[in-house]
Design a binder for this molecule. Sequence first.
Ligand SMILES: Nc1nc2c(ncn2[C@@H]2O[C@H](COP(=O)(O)OP(=O)(O)OP(=O)(O)O)[C@@H](O)[C@H]2O)c(=O)[nH]1
Ligand SMILES: Nc1nc2c(ncn2[C@@H]2O[C@H](COP(=O)(O)OP(=O)(O)OP(=O)(O)O)[C@@H](O)[C@H]2O)c(=O)[nH]1
Ligand SMILES: [Mg+2]
Ligand SMILES: [Mg+2]
Lengths: 292, 278
Amino acid sequence: FISERFASVFERFRKQQNLTADNIREGLKEVRRALLEADVAVEVVREFLQRVESKAIGQQLIAGVTPAQQIVQVVHDELIALMGEPDSELPWASAGPTVILLAGLQGSGKTTTAAKLAHLLQRQHQKRVLLVAADLQRPAAIEQLKTLGQQVGCPVFHREGLRPPELCAQAVAAARQGGQDVVILDTAGRLHVDEALMSEVAEVHARTQPHATLLVVDAMTGQDAVNSSKAFHQRLPLTGVIVTKLDGDARGGVIVSLRHVVGRPIKFVGVSEKLDGLQPFHPDRYARRILG
Amino acid sequence: IGARRTIDAAFLRELEDTLLAADIGVAKTEEILADLQRRYRAGEVAEGEDLLRFLKASLRAELAAEEQELRFAAQGPTVVLVVGVNGAGKTTTVAKLAHRLRAIGRRPLVAAADTYRAAAIEQLSVWAQRARVEIVKGEPGGDAAAVAYDAVAAAQARGCDTVLIDTAGRLHNKEHLMRELEKMRRVIQKRLPEAPHDVLLVLDATAGQNAVQQAKVFKEIIGVTGLVITKLDGTAKGGVAITVKRELGLTVRYIGVGEGLDDLQPFDPDAFVEAIFA
Ligand SMILES: Nc1nc2c(ncn2[C@@H]2O[C@H](COP(=O)(O)OP(=O)(O)OP(=O)(O)O)[C@@H](O)[C@H]2O)c(=O)[nH]1
Ligand SMILES: Nc1nc2c(ncn2[C@@H]2O[C@H](COP(=O)(O)OP(=O)(O)OP(=O)(O)O)[C@@H](O)[C@H]2O)c(=O)[nH]1
Ligand SMILES: [Mg+2]
Ligand SMILES: [Mg+2]
């Protein structure tokens, strides 16, 4: 754990009574390094450490614990606080279908997540779900969602000759008619710098008034996460985030960046390729992983 | 960062932010900054020379390689295995490569060896049609290694000079999936001992430091020979390429700059480094 790295650094400060800017400087440097290696964004690390420092300075040294361990505990606690309370709740519609919009960069795991979410809502909440294949651009994207829909036992909506905003609007109308409780809109992957596609997804949002708008992000995302997530949050009122591929060995610092930049809860995490591979997000499990 | 002549704290801080933001990584960034300061003090950077230009030149030099875009076989088909983690851009890259090879007068064949993921075979089939190249595929759920084997055999029989094998995305920490890839390699070698001639690891430019681990493990287990960095048309810089080159000796052969067949470019270290400081 990270505190072992500090042991030698903090040997020098054994005689002190309180945590001071001086005796935590070296420790914070090591924390900074660990967070950057974990892919937490540079600007997020900077602001996070400023907060940790102001919280830590003046704290009385705890007996039986080195200043190193103490500062790491402050970092750990602040990280947990930043990650927020576990919140996998979805805002259910008071009448008519609950609409969930999934958006994100190419390859982040949206289509697979749409199917996993359908599976979870059917199983755990006994909801009747309609999946909507609104990716008109990727070859065989519709087939992909249809195949997954079959595996989940959930209908997949698609209509030819319609652009995504109109297609999604018709899907919601169809769900209302058909009595489905939830509509999950799977959209095409897009770059946050692609103006036309960002406008398109904003239009999908305008036409369908989703109850939940979730950004789907790959756990291995690096520094660019702040650029893309800020842009998506500007164009769409994100209500939450889903982080995928956490079954890999990426440290997952993107989780911290997302919490800091988007400020919305991480609702679920993807932990396998299978359809039951979607779990609620538990912040405490990831703080240690991120700190390394 | 404007043209600078003096290394002051402000310059170093700005430079550090730029390098870190490009996913160059904290260790490599520290090394670059320390090296820059050392050379400056040693007078290796000429008075008045633009320090940034000096740094760009040294980064370019690190990434440059005396490497052909593909290691073409002297005779018989060239077999290229395309691997990487889920969603990196392998299938699209295979399509783009096939299109490019056809444009330069070669006769490629693509193999749909992702027999696992929903509609993976359909996805490559659509691409093969658009790129107007032949495709060898199996049944969904079938043996992926068998598809690779059949593709090499088909290329030999039909006189195709390049076989591009698309594989299923897999996280490198999944031992059973990595073993499956190793098995595919052995099966290909059975058919053609000198194959695969190239094993290209596809890395997503938006990936952070984990990309270095991906490169390490894929190289260790199935012998990666080169990299493709995709999605460089976004704002991610793919700076991990510098560490991967330094630690594993792997060079970038191509970059992906979009979702269309034409959106593949041979790697240009100059443009890559310029983009980091743009
Ligand atoms: N191991 C693992 N793989 C995942 C997870 N989520 C998605 N994947 C895989 O990641 C790859 C990309 O998933 P997709 O669902 O096609 O991603 P997408 O965002 O819809 O892609 P585009 O529509 O092209 O933007 C596929 O191989 C999925 O099986 C996860 O949580 N764990
Ligand atoms: N903008 C952009 N998108 C890309 C690029 N390369 C691939 N993509 C997109 O990334 C997404 C995933 O691409 P795929 O080719 O399906 O990736 P993959 O590695 O084969 O995915 P799996 O087989 O599921 O592991 C698709 O939406 C592609 O269009 C690129 O260079 N730029
Ligand atoms: Mg998709
Ligand atoms: Mg693929």
